[in-house]
Design a protein around this ligand. Structure first.
Ligand code: NAD
Ligand code: IPM
Ligand code: MN
Length: 362
């Protein structure tokens, strides 16, 4: 690559790379190529350190999140993550890969999960929704990531089971503040999603959100939606949404739904943040055991996650935008994986992004 247009100051950064299971290693490999190309072009020194997580870690160590992996993440500026899980370590297994990811998010204090959704017009045909419905969609879901039913007390009896859903005022307030700060950089509209007609945690969520916005972000326009209705509105009039803030499980479900707007779940990136610039970056999809090992996986969501890493953890906004433009360009020249209706392999899609980076830079 001949060099980026303009220059950022050279940046040193240490990145922990947790590829995981299934298609995780396949998509992460392509994102790593892109990070290395960005480093070479901009004179940045990125050191990458791989570590085990999920099923791969269970097989090697018996733990889904070995101590060394947590330590590697703690000494890094950011974490690039692939995906975990698979039929080999199913729901009845004693130790499950998903526990590793949840423990990592909690252990690193990553309470705000940013999941942007936008539409590349070239992919309109990949979405089952009508082109006029998805035109111009640009929304951001801020999903609370370390609370709610995921982390409440769990019990299993002989013939019954129990999962508690809890939220404290502070857990709600801090993620709402993240969403409001981001809304201020966009269209200043915030949709808070809950189930306040049924759940006590949702009534707390609604009260705290209303108070935080009124007292601290009066310039942000707030609306509340019930989650069932929001699920419907998301596919009926998705371009009305700007920033959506919601609790852990609602955010998980709504973002898989929202990926259909973009054309494939393989396209959607995410950033999981705490209070500072440290973050964990991963596509929103899983390990896709049905296509793993066949070169079919779409790497664009993971590459776009690497762009978010450059932006949010390393402060390299120009490089982040460049990578996003390169992904868009790769799509526009027709480098489409099977989920997008094409026949481009995972590796060839990565190469298309690298070529687009070169051509944008020269
Ligand atoms: P999934 O997201 O892995 O797959 C759902 C469907 O989308 C599959 O048909 C798959 O082939 C397709 N798909 C997903 N990513 C794709 C990509 N990049 N390119 C092309 N197609 C893609 O969800 P699932 O099948 O319900 O879960 C499989 C495993 O992944 C489970 O063990 C689950 O717990 C785990 N999971 C992990 C994460 C994570 O690591 N963050 C996220 C979701 C699910
Ligand atoms: C995601 C996944 C995870 C979640 C699972 C694998 C624990 O679905 O990152 O969206 O539910 O948060
Ligand atoms: Mn999910």
């Amino acid at each position: 690559m001949s060099g980026l247009p303009g220059k950022s100051a050279p940046r040193r950064a240490h990145v922990a790379v947790l590829a995981g299971d299934g298609i995780g290693p396949e998509v992460v490999e392509q994102a790593v190529r892109v990070l290395q190309a960005v480093a070479a072009a901009g004179g940045h020194a990125f050191s990458l350190e791989s570590a085990l997580i999920g099923g791969a870690a269970i097989d090697a160590t018996g733990s889904a999140l070995p101590e060394e992996t947590l330590a590697a993440c703690r000494r890094a500026d950011a974490v690039l993550f692939g995906a975990i899980g698979g039929p080999k370590w199913g729901p009845s297994a004693k130790v499950r890969p998903e526990q590793g990811l949840l423990a990592l998010r909690k252990g690193l204090g990553l309470f705000a999960n940013l999941r942007p959704v936008s539409v590349n017009p070239r992919l309109a045909a990949a979405s089952p929704l009508k082109p006029e419905v998805i035109a111009g969609v640009d929304l951001l879901v801020v999903r609370e990531l370390t609370g709610g039913i995921y982390f409440g007390e769990k019990r299993r009896g002989e013939r019954d089971a129990f999962d508690a859903c809890t939220y404290s005022e502070e857990e709600v307030a801090r993620v709402v503040r993240v969403a409001c700060r981001l809304a201020r950089t966009r269209r200043k509209k915030l949709t808070s999603v809950d189930k306040a007609n049924v759940l006590e945690t949702s009534r707390l969520w609604r009260e705290v959100t209303t108070r935080v916005v009124r007292e601290e972000f009066p310039d942000v326009a707030l609306e509340h939606q019930l989650v069932d209705s929001c699920a419907m509105q998301l596919v009926r009039r998705p371009s009305d949404f700007d920033v959506v803030v919601t609790e852990n499980m609602f955010g998980d479900i709504l973002t898989d739904e929202a990926s259909v707007i973009a054309g494939s779940i393989g396209l959607l990136p995410s950033a999981s943040m705490g209070e500072g610039t440290f973050g964990l970056y991963e596509p929103i999809h899983g390990s896709a055991p049905d296509i793993a090992g066949r070169g079919l996986a779409n790497p664009y969501g993971t590459i776009a996650s690497a762009a978010m890493l450059l932006r949010h953890s390393l402060g390299l906004e120009r490089e982040a935008s460049l990578v996003e433009c390169a992904v868009a360009r790769a799509v526009e020249v027709g480098a489409l994986t099977a989920d997008l209706g094409g026949a481009t392999s995972t590796e060839a899609a990565g190469s298309a992004v690298l070529r687009a980076l070169e051509s944008i830079a020269s």
